[in-house]
Design a protein around this ligand. Structure first.
Ligand code: NAP
Length: 289
């Protein structure tokens, strides 16, 4: 005999909101983990109009949806819609993850955690606290990178950006002597004096020109971390390999920022022993992006 309807557990539901949203890899990743973990649930993309996003997010409290990830251009609206914020969301002023606790909507941000976890597989925290870092780009991703690197106590952080004024205002907003802007025209000199180089600009991404930065002065052993994950190996990473540098691509950050979100939505962290990398690349090759 089947259980009365009130006792039948309904599948757990979560998703990702953006505008547009059709290109997101997150459904592939979370549904891969749901299946692997044997959880009855689904993770689906939601297109959310930016001018109605705050109301849409607040209405989550009246649904059985456990929570959502939030991507461009809605991360600020997600932050504004939340009743309470985690410390990481407060640091950045934007949320990429909303979940419900005790009837309240919690605004969280997993980008710093997602950026840090792959970095620590390459360089121990003790070495990071003695490393000079050169960050390229001054958009939303750079803010998360800066927040993460400050938590890791890097002693020097140089920022450059194609539009100098944006790197300057980002550096000014942090207001620390160890963090300063380098003019775009001086970027090659900054490469030579850095142990870690991070590309958080869109340059090099499929559909964009390659990043106009030469690694000719980079010291072998320098870590080059490119946040871009499509294409799989950017020109920057190929150049870094030729130069004898260590390299890290952006897919691991995408996976690591998704991991804690999954935990908040579905009540357990995804299985650690399964690597979704090839599943994600197959989806990319099949035209998700
Ligand atoms: P965003 O806020 O739109 O910022 C874009 C940045 O790229 C700006 O600093 C912009 O410089 C710079 N830029 C664009 N075209 C350029 C070019 N041709 N040459 C040099 N700089 C250029 O974007 P975002 O959210 O920060 O994302 C930046 C990148 O990080 C994207 O490629 C994204 O895919 C990647 N990302 C990856 C992950 C991950 O999980 N792996 C997470 C977040 C972001 P201007 O100020 O001069 O326009």
């Amino acid at each position: 005999m089947s259980a009365p309807e009130s006792q039948v557990p309904i599948p757990k539901l979560a998703g990702v909101c953006g505008w547009p949203i059709h290109h997101s890899l997150s459904p592939v990743l979370h549904n891969y983990w749901l299946k692997a973990a044997g959880i009855s649930g689904a993770y689906i993309p939601f297109a959310v109009r930016p001018d109605k996003a705050v109301e849409a997010f607040q209405s989550l409290k009246h649904t059985s949806i456990a929570g959502v990830n939030v991507t461009l251009p809605l991360k600020r609206q997600a932050f504004l819609a939340a009743d309470e914020h985690t410390p990481d969301a407060l640091k950045l002023g934007v949320s990429n993850c909303l979940y419900k606790r005790g009837g309240k909507l919690i605004g969280h941000n997993t980008d710093m955690e997602g950026f840090t976890a792959p970095l620590l597989t390459q360089i121990p925290a003790s070495e990071l606290s003695q490393s000079s870092v050169f960050l390229i780009g001054a958009g939303g991703a750079s803010r998360a990178v800066i927040g993460a690197l400050l938590s890791l106590n890097v002693p020097e952080l140089k920022i450059t950006n194609r539009t100098d004024s944006k790197a300057e205002s980002l550096a000014d907003s942090v207001n620390l002597p160890s963090l300063y802007a380098v003019p775009w025209e001086n970027r090659s000199a900054a490469i030579a004096s850095s142990q870690i180089i991070i590309n958080a600009s869109a340059a090099g991404m499929s559909g964009y020109p390659d990043l106009d930065v030469s690694l000719n002065t980079a010291r072998p052993g320098t870590l080059v971390y490119d946040l871009i994950y499509t294409p799989r190996r950017t020109k920057l990473l190929r150049d870094a390999e030729k130069r004898g540098c260590k390299t890290l691509g952006g897919l691991s950050m995408l996976i690591e920022q998704a991991r804690p979100s999954f935990g908040h939505f579905f009540g357990e962290l995804p299985p650690k022993d399964l690597d979704p990398t090839e599943t994600l690349y197959s989806a990319l090759e099949a035209g998700i992006r």
